[in-house]
Design a protein around this ligand. Structure first.
Ligand SMILES: Cc1ncc(COP(=O)(O)O)c(C=O)c1O
Length: 355
């Protein structure tokens, strides 16, 4: 069969998935920045209860939106839910369509789905290199032209783990041209420890800023697919109107409410991350490996020319990490901070491979 497909679609690369995912096969999974811990009992109970309602379409989202709103002192009408932040990225692109404004600005490297989704919805992607592994907000501002519609920022940045700080963000938002929307993806914000990490919800009334958050990382619900977006109420209403009617399933709705209620689990996860980070830093220093200090649950480590081969060797040892070739950083791997025993297994294997 021969069928015509537009070049803009034909040229889209596959999303770079981890080599293997899902299932419990004894692999140490440090490739996708997931939470290493099983769901808490409260979440398991909520999921089991919700199973009895799966014959019906999902119920109201209002309660979850109110719970999220309360955390940030916002109203439920300033919150929209998505099937992971991936769907929110799509909702922004859909709702923001405007004639003559067809450019999206992102960093290079950046999370792969910004560029894939932008191409799907007919936008042209402008990529702005990092400076010292950090988002170069000044260069991003300079890259804005009369066709720019959306800027996807990511803080902390995947794959480097670096951040831009509150003052820098405020400066960036000042004097942006009209009709430019800033989608600030904070998928890893819960892990950030820097006291100047921006409280970006503060800016949503004054500037066209949307803040994207997810239950996939700190809240350990990656497999259920749920995220949320905060913004000024009228802007949020357009995202709501362009979305699929039932993209959040009943089980995800129930589990995320339980997850928000379980502050002990979140504290435990963040403490584990702090300890794992310190352990990795020490180990990389002992191995004389350069790494980028991180504010997230993953670390970018420089292994040099053999980074891809070492990733393969690690896989043979049952350890999945991400080679950064697809991110244009072929000398690097990105490794998730896992549980203590997983971190130790990774470092032991790396030590063995490096001799
Ligand atoms: C920066 C960033 N944004 C968004 C996502 C997607 O998250 P979600 O599971 O909420 O779709 C990821 C996942 O790895 C990510 O790294």
């Amino acid at each position: 069969m021969k069928i015509n497909i537009e070049d803009a679609i034909r040229s889209i690369p596959y999303y770079p998935r981890a080599m293997k995912y899902g299932g419990d096969d004894g692999l140490v999974r440090l490739a996708s920045n997931e939470n290493p811990f099983p769901p808490s009992q409260g979440i398991i109970n909520a999921v089991l209860d919700a199973v009895f309602s799966i014959t019906r379409y999902p119920g109201s989202e209002l309660e979850l939106k109110q719970l999220i709103g309360e955390i940030y002192g916002l109203g439920h009408e300033q919150v929209v839910l998505g099937n992971g932040s991936d769907e929110i990225i799509e909702m922004v692109l859909k709702a923001a369509r405007l004639k003559g404004k067809d450019r999206v600005v992102i960093t290079e490297p950046a999370f792969a789905y910004y560029s894939i989704a932008s191409q799907v919805f007919g936008y042209e992607v402008v990529k702005v290199p990092l400076r010292d592994m950090r988002t170069d907000l000044e260069a991003i501002k300079e890259a804005i032209d009369e066709r720019t519609r959306i800027i996807f920022l990511n803080n902390p940045l995947n794959p480097t783990g670096t951040i831009f700080r509150d003052g820098e963000f405020r400066e960036f938002l000042k004097d942006l041209p009209p009709d430019v929307i800033v989608a600030n993806d904070e998928a890893y914000a819960e892990f950030a420890e820097d006291k100047d990490f921006p409280y970006s919800m503060r800016f949503i009334e004054e500037y066209p800023v949307l803040v994207l958050r997810t239950f996939s990382k700190a809240y350990a619900l990656a497999g259920l697919r749920i995220g949320y977006c905060l913004g000024e109420a009228s802007l949020i209403s357009f995202l709501e109107r362009t979305r699929q009617p039932f993209s959040i399933n009943s089980v995800a709705l129930a589990a995320s409410k339980a997850a928000l209620a379980d502050r002990d689990f979140l504290r435990f996860v963040l403490e584990n991350n702090r300890k794992g980070k310190a352990f990795y830093y020490r180990a990389f220093e002992e191995l004389s490996l350069d790494y980028v200090s991180t504010e997230a649950n993953f670390i970018l480590v420089r292994l040099g020319r053999d980074a891809e081969a070492i990733t393969k060797r690690l896989f043979e040892e049952g350890i999945l990490v991400r080679w950064m070739g697809a991110y244009n950083l072929p000398d690097y791997i990105r490794v998730t901070i896992g549980k203590t025993d997983e971190n130790t297994r990774f470092i032991d294997a790396l030590r063995k491979i490096l001799g």
